[in-house]
Design a protein around this ligand. Structure first.
Ligand code: SF4
Length: 672
């Protein structure tokens, strides 16, 4: 990898280079790419610009089958589809001679894939302009040495003004400022190793702390004795030890590639037994006709992951006989993540580990490579927002409905943005550990940094069941709870679980500028009739034991009422891990699913990344899915409604999006 040159102290536009505005009007993008149009901030308003440019649009899954950034850049924005066609042809971004790219709000939402930044950077982009950036994406820009600014900065640059570099580092913590000044994480780390950088140490005095703050404070490195340094506050830049992490076959090849490039082929990682590799994301890609063209590239990714695992000695969760042990986040919470841990992994749903009262979030390949090499990482202590859960969910309402409610009412107005979502309150006790895992899993859809659930007896009981012989004393000692006076910049919000209703997130109308987004929440009773073609239950969000119990509850009722899956609908259920599949077998659930006509899929990721059975094949198909995100094109070209496992299963039998009610099929057969 080529080191990013340090950015100049005064940033100016390069004469002859261009600025690309990602406008809501696709025609304007086409004309800019064709070299027929150059826009300035005088020609557009922020409202004219695309919001929620997500990382799937920037680099769809198939683009990430290449692990070299220069190859990835050739298909930059391949996922931006208008009228069934790519808006950006191959090499269009690179050949357009652009150095600045401009969009609206929440640039880089979606997965944590760093390839989105690489696609821009290796196409010549050195400045990204947006009204706001999704946190992980912003972090990836910092790590890759891509400067970020707002539309006012661009206005000044386009007027010929030189903007001090300081302005591009404003608002960042002291360590991130240093990373930006050095042109990215690797050049920064090398300067650090060479003794050229003195890291700032936090000197926050004793104060009440949130769960996230407590956890980070305990992981501080180089803080000396006494109380000083054992307290942190939001905005503190800290160097922290990492307890563990993992990557999967979609990302490991890049990690390996970067480490070899930066530290030579004999590189080593710190404490390999704390880090793991998983084979879960591309395990069923061969079953998707569109993916068959990439078989060779996928095989290369698998081979490189094996090479990495052999080279480093990281824990191995590879597939055996082409069967994955399960989705990395599910297996990680079952086997790896402990209360009080600080976990980093190369996937945005790493946040799911917060269910075990750990702090866990996704990072890009560069950051991951850097931290497994060093054994520590740099963090700006995030702000927190707290949800005090009260009461009990009504019959037929699940944690997924609760999260669709949180997405609509708290994430949409950006209250969760880049904050740690803490779930506390008496209502937590009324949610199973699997249901709590749905809450932490979907923190990334909230554009939050992560989520964490307070530990209670159910947490330790669950850990005992999953890890017989585990060190319960250690779990209890390391578990964190918020201090009574802890400060929550995002506020403390009481949610009455008994007031929740079955929800969906609708697919919007992306072609009219209403993106398909998990925050498009709507109660099902206000939805009208929506016919479905595909019902999908699975993913890290909804492939847990309780989710399978939800599907089974509905399927069993339907089968007992003499029903099979609606003739128009394909109903697919995929297990989150081998342990989940074994549970279903033990409970005799497989027979019920089979009698109903459900297609069962072995553990792993699949349709939710467009790489497994259950993806839509044409734009007119409608899917109701228990997965976590409905970004356009992610699971095929059709429309995708997010819903709870109960809703997915009920809809599979009725053929329209339907909330589950106990006894609903019996009532259908025997009208009152
Ligand atoms: S199940 Fe889907 S969302 Fe979850 S980790 Fe796999 S690809 Fe990502």
């Amino acid at each position: 990898m080529t080191d990013s040159p340090k950015p100049p102290e005064t940033v100016r536009l390069t004469p002859g280079k261009r600025v690309l505005f990602l406008t809501k009007d696709p025609e304007l993008i086409k004309r800019q790419l064709a070299g027929e149009l150059d826009l300035t901030m005088d020609d557009v308003t922020v409202d004219d610009l695309l919001d929620d440019v997500n990382t799937d649009a920037m680099t769809p899954a198939w683009v990430c089958f290449s692990h070299r950034p220069e190859d990835i850049a050739r298909d930059a924005y391949a996922g931006l589809i208008v009228d069934g066609e790519r808006l950006f042809a191959r090499d269009a971004l690179r050949d357009g001679n652009f150095e600045v790219i401009v969009s609206g709000y929440r640039k880089g939402t979606g997965s944590s894939r760093e390839t989105a930044v690489q696609a821009e950077k290796w196409s010549g982009i050195r400045i990204a302009i947006a009204a706001s950036f999704a946190p992980i994406h912003a972090r990836n820009n910092v790590n890759q040495g891509v400067l970020m600014g707002d539309h006012e900065v661009l206005r000044r640059l386009q007027a010929g003004e030189g903007v001090p570099l300081e302005e591009f580092t404003e608002g960042y913590d002291p360590i991130s400022k240093l990373v930006i000044r050095h042109g990215g994480l690797f050049p920064f780390s090398k300067a650090l190793a060479a003794g050229e950088i003195d890291l700032p140490h936090p000197d926050t005095p004793p104060r009440p702390m949130t769960m996230a703050e407590k956890l980070l404070a305990r992981h501080l490195l180089g803080t000396g004795d006494g109380d000083a340094g054992r307290y942190v506050k939001p905005g503190d830049a800290v160097v922290v030890e990492v307890d563990g992490g993992y990557s999967h076959e979609f990302t490991t090849a890049q990690v390996h590639h970067f480490l070899e490039e930066e530290f030579g082929p004999g590189y080593e990682i710190q404490d390999p037994e704390r880090f793991a590799v998983f084979e879960d994301h591309l395990i069923y890609a061969d079953d998707v006709p569109k993916m068959r063209a990439f078989t060779d590239k996928i095989d290369t990714l698998r081979d490189l992951q094996r090479e990495f695992q052999g080279h480093t000695g990281a824990r191995d969760f590879s597939a055996k006989d082409r069967v994955s042990p399960g989705i990395c986040h599910e297996v990680a919470r079952e086997k790896l993540v402990e209360p009080g841990d600080f976990i980093q992994a190369t996937d945005s749903h790493t946040c799911m580990g917060g269910v075990n009262n750990a702090l866990a979030w996704g990072v890009g390949a560069t950051e991951y490579a850097n931290l497994i090499h060093a054994g520590f990482t740099m963090v700006e202590v995030p702000e927190s927002i707290r949800f005090e859960l009260d009461g009990e969910l009504p019959e037929g309402v699940t944690a997924k409905d609760l999260m669709l409610y949180v997405l609509l009412h708290y994430a949409r107005p950006q209250m969760t943005l880049n904050r740690v979502m803490e779930f506390t309150g008496p209502g937590v006790a009324n949610l199973s550990m699997d249901e709590r895992a749905t809450l932490t899993n979907m923190a990334t859809e909230c554009s939050a940094r992560t989520a964490i659930v307070v530990a209670d007896e159910a947490t330790f009981r669950w850990l005992r069941e999953w890890r017989p012989g585990g060190d319960e004393t250690r779990w209890r000692e390391r578990a964190v709870a918020p201090d009574p006076e802890a400060e929550y910049a995002g506020g403390v919000h009481r949610i009455d679980l008994s007031a929740m209703r079955p929800m969906v997130a609708h697919p919007g109308d992306p072609d009219r500028g209403i993106p398909s987004d998990p925050t498009n929440g709507a109660p099902i009773d206000q939805l009208g009739e929506v016919e479905v073609d595909i019902a999908y239950g699975g993913s890290c969000t909804a492939g847990k034991i309780d989710d399978l119990e939800f599907y089974h509850r509905v399927v069993e009722e339907a089968v007992e009422a003499g029903l099979t899956v609606h003739p128009r609908v394909r109903f697919l259920i995929q297990f989150g891990s081998q342990a989940v599949e074994e549970h279903c077998r033990r409970r005799g659930m497989m027979e019920t699913f089979e009698r109903a006509g459900v297609t069962l899929i072995q553990p792993g990721c699949g349709a939710c990344i467009g790489c497994g059975p259950g993806v839509s094949e044409s734009p007119d198909q409608v899917t109701v899915s228990a997965i976590n995100r409905n970004y356009k094109g992610r699971s095929g070209p059709g429309k995708l409604y997010l819903a709870s496992p109960l809703t997915v299963a009920a809809s599979a039998f009725t053929g329209t999006i339907t909330a589950y009610k106990p006894g609903m099929f019996v009532r259908e057969l025997v009208p009152a």
